[in-house]
Design a protein around this ligand. Structure first.
Ligand code: ADP
Ligand code: MG
Length: 371
């Protein structure tokens, strides 16, 4: 078992030295479940492959435990990797597929048998050990691929979008299986996905990446409630956070009370946030307000924070309904309401954002003002 230290890691490709991993710096704790998440092409796989030793490092250092592994071949790094496209040998049984790597290493027969049985027990695929891959479901096959990684008893598991090829229902189930596996094995896991829900549900900590650069490293809760910038705020959470463009104005000059103003409405800004915005010299300047759909309610009787929006469409999610309202911005505002809520197209709806949950971002850089 081991932690991993990644120090100022870079990957540059091609003649023009395009930087696809840029100053990646991170301490991964022993036994941690860490998830790299970000849009396609942001450098997740490249980073993982450098950790595995499948890709040369352009600059920087990787330590597994206390050992510098930059020049260590993959087989000496004591890691196991599971990919999206795991290829099982079609003519071998499940047992033989899982045992294959151990046979190559010429382990004694009884040892191989023990390892395979132990892995099969953990993954609950003991009844299928004599079947061929084509006689298994997608989820069972993915478990066999995991089994091949488990029997190597590695210090670190690396997984690159291992569930992407499974259908939605199976993905949810396998997500839980992998979380259980991590608890059972008590080993360090690094898991790559472009799916923010996988990241939120599985991670001890999430690393959000964009264009090869780490945007935030935090627990799922912290990334969700206090994203570092508008990119993280929008990437994590479904439906997306509402980002509203406006200006900070003073309520009564000299009062210290601030409001968020758009061409259509004024919202009072809580004192704490107001202090921070004054500190950053944002009075009479443009800022972006972020508010998640679940932090907006239908009109409350005594609220002074009211937005009126014209109803356009809604999405019924089962327990909830998401209303999309035109509030005079580029994008429609999304509000989470009860599934039974009903209204007509273009009907004006009065809604109340919970301003204590509002986030404020720099209008140009997108960086959040920390309150
Ligand atoms: P992700 O896994 O986040 O989708 P990747 O790490 O696969 O992203 O890729 C990051 C960037 O590096 C992409 O822009 C991709 O086109 C580029 N890239 C990946 N492999 C190579 C390669 N062998 N040569 C040149 N560019 C590459
Ligand atoms: Mg990838």
């Amino acid at each position: 078992m081991a932690g991993i230290r990644i120090e100022h890691l870079y990957k540059r490709y091609g003649k023009d030295k395009q930087t696809v991993v840029n100053d990646f710096h991170l301490d991964i704790k022993d036994k941690e479940f860490l998830v790299f998440v970000g849009p396609s092409g942001c450098g997740k796989s490249t980073t993982l492959r450098m950790i595995a030793g499948l890709e040369d490092i352009s600059e920087g250092e990787i330590y597994i435990g206390d050992q510098l592994v930059n020049d260590l071949p993959p087989k000496d790094r004591d890691i196991a990797m599971v990919f999206q496209n795991y290829a099982l040998y079609p003519n071998m049984t499940v047992f033989e597929n899982i045992a294959f790597g151990l046979r190559l290493r010429k382990l004694p027969r009884h040892e191989i048998e023990q390892s395979v049985k132990r892995a099969a027990r953990v993954l609950e695929i003991e009844p299928y050990l004599n079947r061929k891959p084509k006689e298994l479901s997608g989820g069972q096959r993915q478990r066999v691929a995991l089994g091949r990684a488990i029997v190597r008893d590695p210090q670190v598991f690396l997984m690159d979008e291992p569930l992407s090829n499974l259908d939605a229902k199976l993905r949810v189930q396998m997500r839980m299986e992998i979380i259980k596996l991590h608890k059972t094995l008590e080993t360090t896991f690094i898991y790559v996905t472009h799916d923010q829900i996988e990241a939120m549900t599985m991670a001890d900590r999430i690393v959000v990446m964009k264009d090869g650069v780490i945007q935030q490293i935090d627990t799922p809760e912290t990334v969700y409630t206090t994203p570092n910038n508008t990119f993280v705020a929008s990437f994590i959470g479904s439906p997306q956070i509402n980002l509203i463009e406006g200006k900070i104005v003073e309520d009564i000059p000299g009062s210290g009370k601030l409001q968020f103003q758009t061409s259509r409405f004024l919202l009072p800004i809580p004192q704490e946030a107001a202090r921070v915005l004054v500190h950053h010299n944002k009075v009479n300047k443009r800022v972006t307000l972020g508010i998640r759909p679940e932090n907006i309610g239908l009109e409350g009787l005594f609220s002074d924070a009211i937005i009126t929006g014209a109803y356009k469409v809604s999405e019924l999610m089962g327990a909830d309904r998401f209303l999309h309202l035109d509030i005079g911005q580029d994008k429609l505002l999304v509000v989470r309401v009860n599934a039974y809520y009903h209204c007509e197209e273009n009907e004006n709806i009065r809604i109340v954002p919970d301003m204590s949950k509002a986030l404020f971002f720099d209008a140009d850089s997108g960086v959040r003002f920390k309150i």
